[in-house]
Design a protein. Sequence first.
Length: 273
Amino acid sequence: MPEGPEIRRAADEIGEALAGQVAREVFFAFEELKPYEATLSGAKVAAVESKGKAILIRFANGWNIYSHNQLYGKWLIRPAHTYPNTNRQLRLAIHNQDKSALLYSASDIEVLRDDELCSHPFLSKLGPDLLDESVTVEQVIDRFMHKNYYRRKFTSLLLDQQFLAGLGNYLRSEVMFVGRLHPSLKPVDCSPQQIRRLAEVVLKLARQSYHTHGITTDLELADRLRREGVPFADYRFWVFNRAEEPCYVCGTPIIKEESGGRRFYFCPSCQKG
């Protein structure tokens, strides 16, 4: 599933293609959304925003398209009214004079008025968005120590969008590694210094991943490995998807485990219990 950084980059691309332009034609695949085609066709796209792992396309007439990619959704930007050769199912298309924004395979799509956004079941419960530059280390520390969260294991807590919006499976593993915390721990098990470091790491890695197209390792290390011919997939992460590979810090083989049906990775030497 795409995580916050990937969704923010998708929103950037959609916004570059659509924002400030009139949507000449809007297409929905789902019958229950068909009546909104006439409402949105001919309206100007005011902005495109990411909300954690969701995207909000905002129209100047007071309406919005909410979408969540879930596991398989994918946005493509194409020249107007051109389509890729794909077996994916087109769910949403927004066409202006020059560009088409096409959403394939996603099933979570809604049309909402401006006044409905604050009560939306997903949007209204989102925690602070890590890609919002106004979110501070102190705010993240407060989230870790909140009574609703400080007794939960990091393996489940770091996937909860009500806790912090935008974290997902790869960022969970990477944050725990750089924070030097064992996956079995909870915030209540940690010292104030560990929690502060973790809050700094959460913000740093989410924002670095956004700006570097998914790299969470040290950027000097990533650059050196790239120059040595190491593939992107192998230098992108510290531990995620690197089971049995040597840790870049200590050389110990990385371990893969599961929590709630989701895989995570850690170094047993760097992340002691």
